[in-house]
Design a protein around this ligand. Structure first.
Ligand code: GLU
Length: 448
């Protein structure tokens, strides 16, 4: 072991000891730290100034009570979180997740990932994440509104367009963003559009934001498949896990490019449609009916539904995990390889386990990690902030701008991987390229 990898291992151990039980945070940390020793070797100023140790400690962590009243008049209590992880490159920026699985370790892993992701966009955004263990599933519109109002009542004092700018994530879409922004505006008496992103284009949002994470993941995948395999996505068979915002627009863009998406999923099961998944039906089910994906069968009688099925068992050329963390494990990776899959591109945050990633890397599968491949969402959020800073008179950014940003991120990861002697190792490329950008800003600011 080189001294640098010993340094990194001991930093990892210290952080694990300081944050007991936060398994997802440990995993995200491990995946990044594992790749950083070569950059410590090349640029000793990072180790000397304890940049890794500083970067792994969130700048601030806010935890608060969220009481609200359900439709039966009963009081419910949830826990709210907002982590400001790093502000070296701009205000804290990252989404809010409302899901029963949310814990402090979930928030920290997401905020930590966001640090590298946001840096890779090249835009002036720091990193943060927040959310709650509230489950919007099965709640009435009024219940969701009351919850969002209570959440914002506790959080608003910590936000600001130059301080901390939330957006959506799992369980937080344009409906929730509307309620959150409405309450912020009501409490502060300020129409500060840039305090939250993912807004409706009717009141300060941009139309591309809604589609940007999914579209961006496909743009990244397209470049990666060209670079690694010298092939095109056209006519490839794809499977996309999930059926939320990221999965939906990834499927839409894949269809436009000429790939055939034959399966998608939700936490209950998998839909297979050999004619190609009809994205408009998925949007209708998820955004209008707010129902389970098996409802797809009511619209397409020749599709198939596998209750509790595993989407990674379906043979495909391209796999896009767009649901949630750790949804693709080692056994799934082995199945994908066996079935001839050539590329895996992550639309979700940390959907592949470290063991699964090792399988892809050993087998020469092109693998795009989420912090690079799904950065299109937050990049469009940064563009929305720029648009808001001009009070709406500025240029509204287009899909071409998103495409340019994704191509730029892809190139940056590729060049960095090559610089460190590991061509096509996008994990290493993304981690080092993102790290360097944040680290250089932190060095410039002195000991803060
Ligand atoms: N939640 C998204 C992500 O994981 C987007 C965050 C944002 O737009 O601020 O990157």
């Amino acid at each position: 072991m080189s001294t640098h990898s010993e340094t990194v291992s001991s930093i990892y151990q210290q952080i694990v000891d300081r944050n007991p039980g936060e398994n997802e945070f440990h995993q995200a940390l491990y995946e990044v730290l594992e790749t950083l020793s070569p950059v410590l070797e090349k640029q000793p100023e990072y180790a000397k100034n304890k940049i890794i140790e500083r970067l792994c400690e969130p700048e601030r962590q806010i935890i608060f009570r969220v009481p609200w009243e359900d439709d039966n008049g009963e009081i419910q209590i949830n826990r709210g979180y907002r982590i400001g992880f790093n502000s070296a490159l701009g205000p804290y920026k990252g989404g809010l997740r409302f899901h029963p699985s949310v814990k402090i370790g979930t928030m920290k892993f997401l905020a930590f990932e966001q640090t590298f992701k946001n840096a890779l966009t090249g835009l002036p955004i720091g990193s943060g994440k927040g959310g709650s263990d509230f489950d919007p599933k099965g709640k009435s519109d009024n219940e969701v509104m009351r919850f969002c109002q209570s959440f914002m009542t506790a959080l608003y004092r910590h936000l600001g367009e130059n301080t901390d700018v939330p957006a959506g994530d799992i369980g937080v879409g344009s409906r929730e963003i509307g309620y959150l922004f409405g309450q912020y505006k009501r409490i502060t008496q300020r129409y500060e559009s840039g305090v939250i992103t993912g807004k409706s284009p009717q009141w300060g949002g941009t139309w591309i934001r809604h589609k940007a994470t999914g579209y961006g993941a496909v743009f990244f995948c397209e470049e990666m498949v060209r670079a690694v395999h010298n092939e095109e996505l056209k006519d490839k068979v794809a499977v996309v896990s999930g059926s939320g915002n990221v999965a939906t627009y990834a499927m839409e863009k894949l269809r436009v490019i000429g790939a055939k998406v034959i399966a998608c999923s939700d936490s209950s099961g998998v839909i297979i449609d050999r004619n190609g998944i009809d994205v408009d039906t998925v949007i209708h089910i998820k955004e209008v009916e707010r129902a389970r994906i098996k409802t797809y069968l009511d619209f397409h009688h020749d599709a198939e539904y596998i209750d509790g099925g595993n989407i990674w068992d379906i043979p495909c050329d391209i796999a896009l995990p767009c649901a949630t963390q750790n949804e693709l494990q080692q056994a799934d990776a082995i199945t994908l390889v066996k079935n001839g899959c050539i590329a895996v591109c992550e639309g979700a945050n940390m959907p592949s386990t470290p063991d699964a990633i090792k399988v892809f890397q050993q087998e020469g599968i092109a693998f795009g990690p989420g912090k690079a491949a799904n950065a299109g969402g937050v990049a469009s959020s940064a563009l929305e902030m720029q648009h808001n800073a001009t009070h709406g008179s500025g240029f509204e950014y287009s899909e071409e701008r998103l495409h340019e940003i994704m191509n730029h991120i892809h190139r940056d990861c590729c060049d960095t991987a090559e610089e460190f002697g590991e061509p096509h190792n996008y994990v290493l490329g993304a981690n080092i390229a993102g790290f360097r950008r944040v680290a250089n800003a932190m060095l410039a600011f002195g000991i803060i």
